[in-house]
Every structure is written in C-alpha cells, then in structure tokens.
Design a protein. Structure first.
Length: 231
C-alpha cells in the first residue's frame, strides 16, 4: 500500500461542517503558496481536499472568497497583535521590547513559510490582491509599532522622525532576514541563532532612533583638532 493511499484512508470521508471548512482552507493554503492564486483552480483544491467542487462551493461562494477566508485565518494565526500588545505594554526597556518583536517574527516565520510565499505571489500576480493582503495582515501591525514609537518620541526618548517609516524600517529589516534565511536558502550556508539575531537587529535600529546624551565638543575632537585650537 502506498503512502499516499494510507494518507487518504487516514482522513475521515465525512467531517463536521466546521472541520471540513478548515480542511479545505488548509489544503487551499498549501496550493496557493505553491502555485499562486492564478495557478490554483477550485477543481485542484477539491481534488486535494478529497471532496467534489459542489462541497467546496457550499462553504465558499468562489475561489476569491476561499482565498480571503484563508488569508484572514493565516493573518490571525501568524500576524496576530496579541503578543505585540503584551510586549509594547510590558514596561520593559526599548531593547527588550524590539528584540522580543524581532524574535516573535523570526520564530513564527521559521516554522511556516506559507504566508511569505502567499505575500510574494499576491504582489506579483495582482496589485489589488496584494494591497488587500497588506491591509489584512501587515498594516495593523505597523500601526501598533508606530504608535509606540510616537509615544517614545513624545517622551523625548526617540528622535523626532516619521513613526510609520521608522516602524517599517525595523519590521522590514527583520522580515528581510527571514526571507533571506528561509525562502532564498541562506540558512544552508549560515544558520544564525534567532535570539542573537533579534538582539543585534534591535541594537542596530535603536542606535539610529534613541536620543543620546550630548557629548562635549571637546570630547569629540581628535588630538590633532585639539592642538589646532590651542592658542
């Protein structure tokens, strides 16, 4: 008996409606991440879910509806703001907060590359779908981080720059590392420790954001400059 046959027989032929809906979305996610929206047909989804298309359309009116239901579910699972809110309101140091944010993002994406693949496919295939993906999965996360940055600016702890751009700079730096490691194969050559990476990226970003105590002009001068200014 083949492995595929065993797998098929291991899944119940009849499932409760909610379980069937979950199963269809799980299969759809794998196919959309592998072939993109345009390359995935409802017949292919139904075949892999081992249902006929009529069953699929009882749960979802169209492929578009299925796609967005799956995206909403994945965003809630992978991009939820619950841990982010805990970190931002923890009273911890800025370094601890941003290192924690970075570690959460990296750990989440290392365990499942599907959402990153979906985002890349949506950006290449359809601008409207890409914008919808951003609005559903990314925009709120950026806003929460930007609100914290704005608060720290008002407290005089961060430099007065555009908070949304600063948030995008930090999250983008973390996301780029994740993409390079997991999707583009760099992990096979350099496998970095997630905690160390998170702390280093937080350090780099904070060096450009924090208001540092002013140093005296004399302390900044080189010995040669000091000699020139002596009478």
């Amino acid at each position: 008996m083949s492995a595929s046959t065993t797998e098929i027989r291991a899944i119940p032929a009849r499932l409760p409606a909610d379980d069937r809906r979950e199963q269809i979305m799980r299969v759809a996610k794998e196919l959309f991440a592998r072939y993109g929206f345009e390359g995935t047909t409802t017949s292919r989804i139904a075949k892999h879910a081992r249902v006929n298309e009529a069953v699929l359309f009882r749960h979802f009116r169209s492929k578009e509806d299925l796609y967005w239901a799956m995206i909403d579910q994945q965003c809630e699972i992978r991009c939820g703001c619950q841990l982010l809110e805990v970190l931002l309101n923890s009273g911890a140091s800025d370094h601890e907060i941003f290192a924690g944010i970075a570690q959460d993002i990296l750990t989440c994406r290392a365990s499942d590359h599907g959402l990153d693949r979906l985002l890349l496919f949506s950006s290449l295939e359809n601008q409207r779908r890409s914008q919808g993906f951003f609005q559903a999965c990314v925009a709120e996360y950026y806003e929460r981080v930007a609100e914290y940055i704005q608060r720290r600016i008002a407290e005089g702890m961060f430099r007065p720059i555009e908070p949304r751009l600063a948030a995008r700079g930090f999250v983008g730096m973390v996301m780029y590392h994740s993409l390079i490691q997991n999707l583009f194969g760099a992990k096979a050559f350099q496998d970095f420790d997630t905690q160390k990476v998170s702390e280093m990226l937080a350090d780099i970003w904070l060096c450009g954001m924090e208001v540092r105590p002013a140093q005296s002009v004399q302390a900044k001068r080189t010995p040669r400059q000091t000699q020139r200014t002596q009478p």
